[in-house]
Design a protein around this ligand. Structure first.
Ligand code: HEC
Ligand code: HEC
Length: 330
């Protein structure tokens, strides 16, 4: 009996030590910063041609307003009217309550006090000014060419400042576990120059993996990859709750040219027309508003790129459906 109690106490205290150490490790590693990711030395000129190029990237291709506007504007904005990127969209997630930032040039509430290099760093790797990692920026923005980054910064700087605060994102304990174990800044070797604006496979591949980030949603991704897309690229995403209807879930379909792909039997003209048509599924994460104003050339480039991707057999089922209703029967 005494021995039993002693063993019980020993095992109990060992467990407590393990839990305390694990929680401590999560609290330390999960709050770590990434200030070692270098701030690129940049000095962006105030040049109208750059601003115009940046405007197209920010509002149409890279769909920044889809995240940096509150709902419902984030799903109804008009890209050509220069939406004010005041932030404030909220995502209630198991790993935290994430709020998009005010990215207007406000010095008190936006990015007016950030250097060009600091803005470039968060765009290229997700690392914020204070070294904290933004999972949304790291996984939500694809690999951008350096000249596109410069154009984006020129455009952001040229917008009116909005001196309105948004709440800070709050990461939960689970979020810190993920930050400690899985989430890392993206460090992709950036192209110096974006491929020429022509309907080439090369340009389409850059847009789909980079600023338009089709791969980010249309590929499997999860905790293991730090929410970055994993193989098979473009073969369809994983179902996510429909934010506009809690009984439904939405999945990004397979875009590879397989018979299970969503656009396999479309023509290039059908593809462009589908993008001009805009949103059909109200709660879809796909930034249809932004993409509807992409040029014919860029949409054709993406289409041509998608035709060159390895076909992958993956039937994701109906894109919008009651939660849990779809099971693939072999
Ligand atoms: C998937 C949603 C998403 C997309 C797309 C997105 N952002 Fe963000 N961004 C966020 C969130 C959320 C934050 C706030 C940091 C956090 O808590 O993750 C943020 C932070 C930032 C910051 C840092 C501001 C700060 O205070 O830390 C900048 C700069 C920024 N975004 C610019 C952009 C630009 C420019 C684009 C388009 C190229 C863009 N973002 C696209 C969600 C997004
Ligand atoms: C933020 C996530 C996200 C991004 C980025 C995204 N998609 Fe989607 N996409 C979805 C979701 C979710 C659906 C299913 C719901 C819908 O049709 O809107 C979808 C649907 C589609 C469809 C089927 C539409 C239909 O009517 O059948 C096509 C085609 C498509 N996406 C192509 C693309 C291409 C090409 C890109 C890049 C230019 C892209 N998507 C970027 C999430 C995304």
């Amino acid at each position: 009996m005494h021995a039993f109690v002693r063993w019980g106490a020993a095992v109990g205290s060992a467990l407590i030590v393990v839990v305390v150490v694990a929680v401590g490790a999560v609290e330390v590693l999960g709050r770590r910063t990434w200030s070692d990711v270098p701030v690129p030395p940049l000095d962006v000129r105030d040049d109208p041609a750059l601003v115009t190029r940046g405007e197209y990237l920010v509002n149409s291709v890279a769909h920044c307003p889809a995240c940096h506007l509150p709902l419902p504007e984030a799903k109804t904005f008009r890209p050509l009217s220069r939406p004010d990127l005041k932030g404030g969209q909220v995502w209630e997630l198991p790993f935290g309550r994430i709020v998009s930032a005010n990215i207007t040039p406000s010095r008190s509430h936006g990015i007016g006090a950030w250097s060009d290099g600091e803005i470039a760093r968060v765009l290229q790797s997700g690392v914020r000014r204070d070294g904290r990692l933004s999972v949304f920026m790291q996984a939500g923005v694809g690999a951008l060419a350096e000249d596109d980054v410069v154009a984006i910064i020129a455009y952001l700087r040229a917008q009116p400042a909005i001196d309105e605060p948004v709440a800070e994102s709050r990461v939960s304990f689970l979020g810190r576990v993920l930050a400690a174990l899985a989430v890392r800044p993206r460090r992709d070797g950036a192209l110096a120059e974006a491929p020429l604006m022509e309907a080439s496979v090369e340009r389409g591949g850059y847009l789909a993996r980079g600023p338009a980030n089709c791969v980010g949603c249309h590929s499997p991704s999860g905790i293991g990859s730090g929410f970055l897309p994993t193989a098979p690229l473009l073969a369809g995403g994983l179902p996510a709750p429909d934010e506009t209807d809690p009984t439904m879930e939405i999945v990004a379909p397979n875009l590879t040219p397989d018979e299970t792909g969503a656009a396999t039997y479309w023509s290039e003209a059908d593809f462009v027309a589908r993008f001009r048509g805009g949103r059909v599924v109200a709660g879809s994460a796909m930034p249809w508003e932004a993409f509807a104003t992409m040029t014919d050339t860029d949409l054709a480039a993406i289409w041509r790129y998608l035709r060159t991707v390895e076909p992958v057999r993956n039937d994701v089922g109906p894109t919008q459906r009651p939660i849990g209703s779809f099971r693939l029967t072999p």
